[in-house]
Design a protein around this ligand. Sequence first.
Ligand code: SF4
Length: 350
Amino acid sequence: MSRYHFFDFSLEDLGDFLVEQGEKRFRATQLYKWVYGHKVQDFSQMTDISKSFREKLPDLFDFSLPPVVSDRTSVDGTRKFLFDVGDGDTIEAVLIPSPGRLTLCLSTQVGCNMACKFCFTGKMKMKRRLKAHEIVGQFLQADRLLGSDQRISNIVYMGMGEPLDNPENVLTSIQIFNTTIGIGLSRKRITVSTSGLVDRIPLITESGARLAVSLNGVNDEVRSQVMPINNKWNIKELLDACVEHCRITKDKVTFEYVLLKGVTDSIEDARQLYKITRRVPCKINIIPFNEHPGSGFSRPSDSQVVRFQEELMKLGAHVLLRRTKGRDIYAACGQLTSAHKEHPQTMPVQ
Ligand code: SF4
């Protein structure tokens, strides 16, 4: 009999499955508490579960996690994990410390079909979508490797892959992260970032997670050049969907805006950015481009980045300059890849 991955089951689905197996539904709650709450996978320690059921567990469930191929820490404390997901494929997840929070950036696919021009992952066609257990597995492995005084406080789906191109597994993983008797992470601490799959944004709205949108262009001409998805759903359609998300959730959207020298970083771009986004309750994260081999783009000067930020602030935008983290280990935004044998893993820090 083939085994099922335990980390693929939301609490409700696990209850349904156990009932199908002739077990009581409450066993699902017991298992969730042990595995996610107490972090115990040794069945003999699950003392409130009958011995006969405990004996069945190894035949029913596979509790394996994606093996860690490498674990590198940047000079700034950012930590990048490379996981083996089988068939010679690897994916990356990044742990980002900042005052008062420890954020884990998760991958959802091997490669990505969105082909955003500034992104290393976008150079690889999508090979496959990750299963929920592989998404949850990144969290559990990172959590296992943390010191006892550290705890992941936030999750962002901003690693390899477009999360809304793998909605079923992403939504299941959100349910698993959010289940109170398990990991118990508030939905408000979970952010899903999309390149703009407009028709699927309502799925994020329904999930209760926060929405981030990778914008990276202030008109359709530039955005289509940088992000081909814009040819399918243009800026107006994307911003309309954001307005609707905010209306329903009362949340703000985070717009991610990569500053590419000579392409998206002029003062006029800053003014346009304010103009097109001001109808959306939002904050804007500006991200100076993180260079990587063969990208064809350059990073603007620090002074241009500051001017861009100041212009937005002057206009009244809620704007944050995303400090680049983990550049020396290629862990920064847009630098993740699975082709670890074919590209360098470290770069000199200026
Ligand atoms: S930025 Fe995100 S959606 Fe775009 S190619 Fe990279 S991984 Fe895919």
